[in-house]
Design a protein around this ligand. Structure first.
Ligand SMILES: Cc1cc2nc3c(=O)[nH]c(=O)nc-3n(C[C@H](O)[C@H](O)[C@H](O)COP(=O)(O)OP(=O)(O)OC[C@H]3O[C@@H](n4cnc5c(N)ncnc54)[C@H](O)[C@@H]3O)c2cc1C
Length: 469
């Protein structure tokens, strides 16, 4: 057992999404006590918000090993490993049964929004004895505020509830807040619950990722069914190899297919594509929205509804009183950033990493799951499951297991060098995990490149200022 871990207190797990619940399963499997604090009324609240979306990773990548062990001991059976659940099926068929296991259910508290994490009796400045002080977790509930004590904190709150704004400069576009009622951030169920909102309307989708692709394809189906439905798509960059994904080279067939279908839709002429469009402002013009570009391109006009598929960012306010150190631009940890920086490469693959890469100066605090990636996209649940296995092993004092990080992820097929973020064509094609023994991204890239094959980033041609940092 880790000597500094006070086993009279639980290990707090913030967020009951797939990675938070996996962390709880690992904690329970090691005979420790989790305390799971979830803001939503149900587990998997973020997945619930896009429950209609079919995931692109099959069941085999979506179920954590410790969670599976606990579930199967209670009679649960794993769905066909290569079938693709919707987000809702993942919640109903896996997360809810997992959370209902007595070993977790007793420790799960719903409707508890964490608003701050600190150390009992210590503000950020005070040092002596700090690492022995319990963590204090302040939550907001319908009944008011309350504090919980914990020996360690695993923050799996994701990023989905902090969507990026439409504004091209990272701050809301002028007029964005005022038009909030006609902007949907995320993936609306355009063929189901939100059908009436979009049917027969001219709809602008903003963003270049998988969420935008999925929404555009759903809108295209709506346009087939309801005349007058028009699709406009705005992206900051230009369409290139990255934009439409890896196609048949993608290790996740459904993800590759998504890009191929989007490309076919664009080529069909049914989609008005506005490339290199950097949104500066939005204005209400007699009931319809006009969207203006920062460089003076012709505005996008007559828009009834906007869907912002612009990604998300972590909530760093929670840790204001903790000693955390983030990468200045990605808001992941320093050590993780070079492995996932979309400026350098667009790998879905990432070198295996665990508690060491996720550690902050504040001992006992870890951000895991989608939040661990900060603003970088392409997070996969399987990555989070290995993260929490390693982190919980480290908290339990089992450093051999904690350091034995292993991760095998499907390739994206578009692991490109440089500027993937702005959707410019890939400078080269590569992919595949970097050698496990490589000390960092640059070394891995150099080695992979020398061997004439891809690795994490395979960025031999890139100046890679980041890697020297
Ligand atoms: C449309 C879409 C499709 C995706 N498809 C795939 C896929 O096919 N395969 C894949 O591997 N990944 C996919 N992803 C990525 C996916 O987000 C993650 O893999 C997964 O949801 C990450 O799990 P998580 O537990 O880290 O975070 P989340 O699932 O975001 O869970 C975070 C939890 O924390 C809770 N929470 C947030 N703030 C607080 C707070 N302050 N206090 C308490 N609780 C809080 C939330 O309510 C939520 O329950 C997809 C993402 C999107 C958006």
């Amino acid at each position: 057992m880790n000597d500094s871990l006070d086993t009279t207190l639980p290990i707090a797990i913030l967020g009951a999404g797939p990675v938070g619940l996996a962390a709880a399963a690992h904690v329970a499997a090691r005979g420790l006590t989790p305390l799971i604090l979830e803001a939503g009324a149900l587990v998997g609240a973020n997945l619930e918000s896009y429950r209609h979306v079919r995931l692109f990773s099959p069941w085999q990548y979506n179920v954590d090993r410790a969670a599976r062990g606990l579930l199967e001991a209670a009679g649960w059976r794993m769905p066909a490993p290569d079938s693709l659940p919707t987000a809702g099926e993942l919640v109903d068929g896996y997360l809810r049964p997992l959370a209902a296991l007595p070993v977790l259910a007793a420790q799960l508290k719903l409707g508890q929004r964490v608003v701050a994490i600190t150390r009992a009796g210590f503000d950020k400045v005070k040092t002596r004895g700090r690492e022995r002080a319990p963590f204090v977790i302040r939550v907001r509930t319908e009944e008011g505020e309350r504090d919980y004590l914990a020996s360690a904190v695993i923050d799996a709150t994701g990023t989905w509830s902090q969507p990026n704004p439409l504004g091209a400069h990272g701050v809301p576009a002028q007029g964005e807040a005022a038009l909030g009622a006609r902007i949907f951030y995320g993936m609306p169920d355009v063929l189901g619950r939100e059908r009436a909102r979009y049917a027969g309307k001219r709809v602008l989708v903003v963003g270049a990722g998988h969420s935008a692709a999925g929404t555009l394809l759903a809108l295209a189906q709506l346009a087939d069914e309801v005349p007058g439905t028009q699709l406009v798509w705005a992206i900051r960059g230009q369409p290139g190899a990255k934009l439409f994904g890896g196609g048949e080279a993608d290790g996740l067939a459904a993800r590759g297919l998504l890009g191929m279908r989007l490309q076919a839709l664009q080529q069909s002429g049914r989609l008005e594509l506005r490339q290199s469009f950097r949104i500066r402002s939005l204005a209400d013009n007699g009931g319809v929205i006009t969207v203006y570009d920062d460089a003076g391109a012709a505005p996008i006009e007559e828009i009834a509804e906007v869907i912002a598929a612009t990604g998300a960012r972590p909530d760093l306010e929670l840790t204001r009183e903790l000693r955390v150190r983030h990468d200045p631009w990605l808001e992941s940890t320093d050590l993780l950033a070079p492995l996932i920086d979309p400026n350098e490469h667009s790998c879905g693959t990432v070198r295996p990493h665990g508690h060491r890469e996720l550690a902050h100066p504040e001992p006992g605090y870890y951000a895991v799951g989608a939040k661990s990636y900060g603003r970088a996209p392409n997070f996969l649940m399987a990555t989070g499951y290995e993260q929490v296995r390693s982190v919980v092993a480290a908290l339990a004092g089992d450093l051999a297991a904690a350091d034995d990080v292993q991760l095998e992820l499907p390739e994206t097929g578009v692991c490109s060098t440089r500027q993937a973020y702005d959707d410019t064509p890939a400078a080269g094609c590569c992919g595949g995990p970097a050698p496990a023994a490589a000390p960092g991204c640059c070394a891995a890239d150099a080695q992979a490149s020398a061997e004439g094959k891809g690795g994490c980033g395979c960025a031999a041609a890139a100046p890679a200022a980041r890697c020297g940092a």
